[in-house]
Design a protein around this ligand. Structure first.
Ligand SMILES: Nc1ncnc2c1ncn2[C@@H]1O[C@H](COP(=O)(O)OP(=O)(O)OP(=O)(O)O)[C@@H](O)[C@H]1O
Ligand SMILES: [Mg+2]
Length: 469
């Protein structure tokens, strides 16, 4: 029944049945029984509701030892014991149970908040003026010894026995109250921990679900990008090819104005092809299907080639492009074409964002790279080691990358100036491809603190493990 003390107790004990032994320490019960035994002389036993003996402060009276000597006496004794044990006293109303010897027992119920928790048994004791039962003779006892043994039984009036039991019940109540309080406190603590754990597990499951969904969406997006880019490339190659043929006059002479238009079609076609190639690269890198042809390569010639490729454009813009390198640099374990692509992207950016009379410097030098490999799969770095590497710095004297944008520029399609009226061309794919290509080489790429004017991009590519000196 909700709201009743029983329901409340059930709720607070988390629906588990309360047991006497879980509320009270056995030692405390034993001490209580011992001191009552010493004070009143009568034996005292405390049983749990299930019948387990929790405390026993008793000594066997001689009269019972005499009874125990004969078969008839033993049978009578065990009938007394089971009689006493089977009594079900009402709470607050201890039951008096007579014994075959003429002695008496008082059995009281131990309850807490309407829950029966066990029983307390006081006895045997003899009432003042009472005589041993005549049936002892029939049980074959040596009647000469009976009066002496009877006199050894503790003497208690029924009134006194009830008072002792009332007193003990009051003490037990107090012990139960504090025991119950402690149990509830620990149960409440347990319940709140369980609740927080449940909430956390719930949130964790939701997060995991969202994460899986995002991963799946990301995979679908990569697949979509890959398919679309691939399908766009074929017709675009035709557009570029035919516009080239028209421009060259292969299909007949065209006017200067027509030539100019065809030239624009061709240039825009090339631009679109670059974008599609970028998208294809990105989707391959994201899905992990890009295959790298790694070998031992010397980075310096690659850097020089990049500088040479960009030299005409740089000259046209009035920007100086130069290479500075150390001698005797170790080789790196990389795909030369992809390293070229990385450096070309960075250098093109540097050139694009540097005004006339500026400069772009490519510096190559030996360095070390912190390796975060050897992870245990849960992101825990078991140990990190430094490994020899080559560092390439692309330094320009242009507009620079603002502090808050240094990581964002590596996101796909992200541009610092994303407005429609932006001054510089491009789609914002270059750096995201750079980051993924460098990752595929176990390297790093970052924007360093900008020089007073201009951006500093630093790429580090590790040497092969076996080449460690
Ligand atoms: N050297 C640089 N100086 C200043 N800003 C830069 C530099 N390099 C990159 N950025 C900023 O980072 C953005 C992203 O660069 P990213 O190379 O990814 O794209 P993009 O050059 O705009 O286009 P795409 O490379 O696809 O043609 C650029 O738009 C620019 O805002
Ligand atoms: Mg770019």
């Amino acid at each position: 029944m909700p709201g009743s003390p029983t329901a409340l107790l059930d709720e607070l004990t988390l629906g588990r049945a309360v047991e006497l032994e879980s509320l009270v320490d056995r030692g405390a019960l034993r001490e209580m029984a011992e001191s009552a035994h010493q004070l009143f002389g009568a034996s005292l036993r405390i049983f749990s509701q299930a019948g387990g003996l929790l405390a026993d402060a008793s000594s066997q009276p001689r009269l019972y030892a005499l009874l125990d000597q004969g078969q008839a006496g033993r049978t009578a004794l065990s009938a007394v014991v089971s009689g006493v044990k089977s009594v079900e006293p009402e709470p607050e109303h201890p039951a008096e149970v007579g014994c075959v010897t003429g002695a008496r027992y008082l059995v009281a119920s131990i309850s807490y908040d309407s829950h029966a928790l066990g029983r307390l048994i006081l006895g045997p004791y003899r009432e003042p003026g009472a005589a041993p039962s005549g049936s002892l003779r029939e049980l074959g006892l040596d009647m000469a010894q009976v009066p002496g043994a009877w006199a050894e039984l503790p003497e208690l009036s029924d009134q006194e026995a009830h008072r002792v039991v009332r007193h003990l019940s009051a003490v037990l109540d107090l012990i139960l109250f504090s025991g119950h309080k402690a149990l509830l406190t620990s149960n409440m603590h347990l319940a709140s921990v369980q609740e927080s754990y449940r909430e956390l597990a719930d949130k964790n499951a939701k997060l995991q679900h969202a994460f899986d969904r995002l991963k799946e969406l990301d995979r679908l997006k990569s697949n979509f990008l890959g398919t679309v880019s691939h399908e766009l490339r074929t017709p675009l190659t035709s557009i570029i090819g035919y516009s080239e043929m028209l421009r060259e006059g292969i299909a007949g002479e065209i006017s200067a104005e027509q030539k100019e238009f065809v030239q624009t079609i061709h240039a825009k076609g090339e631009q679109l092809l670059e974008l599609i190639k970028g998208l294809l690269d990105l989707s391959k890198l994201e899905s992990g299907t890009m295959s790298l042809r790694k070998s031992e390569i010397d980075v310096v010639p690659v850097v020089q080639d990049v500088a040479q490729t960009l030299a005409p454009a740089a000259r046209k813009k009035g920007v100086e492009i130069r290479v500075v390198s150390e001698t005797g640099l170790p080789t790196v374990w990389a795909d030369a074409e992809r390293v070229r692509q990385v450096l070309l992207n960075l250098s093109e950016n540097a050139l694009k964002f540097t005004p006339t009379e500026g400069s772009v410097t490519l510096t190559v030098r030996a360095s070390m790279i912190e390796r975060r490999a050897d992870e245990d799969g849960r992101g825990l770095v078991l140990f990190s080691t430094k490994r020899p590497a080559i560092e390439i710095r692309v330094v320009d004297t242009g507009i620079g990358v603002p502090d808050g944008e240094k990581e964002k520029v590596f996101d796909a399609f992200y541009q610092v100036d994303g407005s429609a009226t932006r001054e510089h061309e491009g789609t914002g794919l270059g750096l995201s491809i750079v980051r993924r290509l460098v990752d595929a080489h176990d390297g790093t790429v970052r924007v360093e603190d900008n020089t007073p004017t201009g951006a500093v991009f630093v790429v580090t590519i590790p040497c092969r493990r076996t080449t460690i000196a």
